[in-house]
Design a protein around this ligand. Structure first.
Ligand code: EPZ
Length: 421
């Protein structure tokens, strides 16, 4: 198991290029189950999560391989197996997004319930109810959801839950509905750019989907889908993490392949903190050279402030000149980074789904670890600015979502060593 040794204090300067989005790539990879031809995906990052899903898809009869230029190819070879086993789903919750494609194409799906994870309870009741509304029968047996349907039928499917819509639930229902008979309307659909990207991929394969990116998505069922070549949307969360890295180190960084229109809530908050964010040609330039103002941040479904950047902005606000307030409205328990940041000298007090951040002058290097991907990213950011050395253990969490983050940050001035434990 590797750890990072991060020596803090360097200002980041230079250009960082954002990869394709992990959370767009994963459902699109699963959607290849629906197609009869070959899918060629451009821009899929080399991540542990991509490897896990490739392993699951292989078990489900999909041949997955990287071409010489790095493109990811997927082609269904065998449609017999319909079971996403606990071992694989437990490792990576996004595995549940094979449910919709399996049910639509193979008429049955057996998907292990993912169970709890480090960011809190993560039920899939909305996914299952969506499938039922399209006509599937479902049963829970030994921890697995069994779904079957001779024929799925279009319907109006409402996907609102106690914390808003569901991103992967919307993806699952959309994928099930593309081959259903008739028209499906998803009401209270997730508007996240990753859902839009999935819809655009499905349309490129011959689906008829409209309204993606809004709370009402309409899907006219088609008989079959073909393969296609598709470029995955840039990762807004990686871009946002890089923007905060520039801000926290008082750096001056150009970010390439960055969709600023997907990051308006972050840009709004960064500007309120006093960070300069400007579009310059093909880049987004982020710089910061003055004191950081305290602010309040509330996570919300897109286009609100993303929960996947909550931990990272908390690290930035640790160094603001005053008290900030962060409220988590998507995953109210997503705070494993709080205790670790406090080990580095932060002053954070958690009260229910809210954290009060009392700004401090410095963070100080310490041994820390985090069992969640974005929390680990937040600790890397803390290490970049802390006095002395930070030892971040369990970096496999960060490898799940950021490709070679240490090499890329080192190229713009960071000092991060990957070392064996
Ligand atoms: C996706 O998870 C992302 N994962 C998460 O990114 C992200 O944090 C999350 O969306 C929210 O933006 C992938 O895309 C692979 P949800 P998802 O269903 O779809 C509740 C990362 O770090 N809910 O939109 O699983 C749920 O508990 C990850 O990259 C139900 O109640 O999240 C939560 O409170 C982590 N019932 C809220 O809805 C359901 O059936 C939103 O969850 C489903 C969800």
């Amino acid at each position: 198991m590797d750890y990072f040794e991060i020596t803090g204090g360097n200002r980041l300067r230079g250009t960082l290029t954002v990869n394709g989005s992990k959370n767009a790539a994963l459902p699109i990879m699963a959607a290849s189950i629906l197609t009869d031809g070959e899918t060629v995906l451009k821009g899929v990052p080399r991540l542990e999560d991509v490897k896990h899903l490739s392993g699951l898809l292989e078990k489900l009869g999909v041949n997955v391989w990287r071409g010489e230029n790095g493109d990811l190819h997927l082609k269904v070879e065998d449609e017999m197996n319909c079971h996403a086993e606990y071992e694989l789903v437990r490792k990576m919750r996004a595995s549940v997004c094979v449910m919709g494609p399996l049910l639509a194409k193979r008429k049955r799906a057996q998907v292990s319930l993912p169970g709890g994870c480090n960011i809190g309870d993560r039920p899939i009741d909305l996914h299952v109810s969506g499938m039922q509304q399209l006509g599937a029968e479902s049963e829970l047996l030994s921890g697995d959801v069994h779904l079957k349907a001779k024929k799925l039928k279009g319907n109006v499917v409402f996907l609102g839950g106690p914390f808003g819509s569901t991103v992967l639930g919307t993806a699952n229902v959309m994928m099930a509905a593309v081959l259903a008979e008739g028209t499906t309307v998803i009401e209270c659909a997730a508007c996240e750019p990753e859902v839009t990207d999935l819809a655009n991929y499905l349309n490129a394969c011959g689906a008829h989907i409209s309204g993606q990116g809004t709370p009402r998505i309409t899907i006219e069922g088609v008989r079959e889908l073909h393969g296609c070549e598709y470029t995955v949307v840039p990762d807004r969360i990686e871009a946002g993490t890089f923007m905060i890295a520039a801000a926290i180190t008082n750096g001056d960084v150009k970010i390439a392949n960055c969709r600023l229109d997907h990051l308006l809530a972050l840009v709004d908050r960064l500007k309120a903190v006093g960070v300069i964010v400007e579009r310059s040609g093909d880049y987004v330039q982020v710089s910061s050279s003055r004191r950081l103002e305290p602010i309040s941040v509330t996570t919300q479904p897109y286009p609100g402030f993303p929960t996947d950047l909550q931990a990272q902005i908390m690290t930035l606000l640790c160094l603001a000149d005053g008290n900030s307030i962060i409220t988590e409205k998507i995953f109210p328990d997503r705070f494993v980074h709080v205790a670790e940041l406090n080990r580095m000298g932060a002053r954070l007090r958690k009260e229910g789904p809210t954290v009060i951040v009392e700004g401090v002058k410095n963070l100080v290097g310490a041994p820390v670890m985090a069992s969640d991907l974005r929390a680990s990213a937040a600790l890397v950011l803390a290490g970049l600015v802390a006095k002395g050395k930070t030892k971040l253990s369990r970096v496999y969490h960060i490898d799940r979502g950021y490709e070679k983050i240490e090499e890329r940050l080192n190229a713009v001035g960071a000092d991060i060593k990957r070392l064996p434990e």
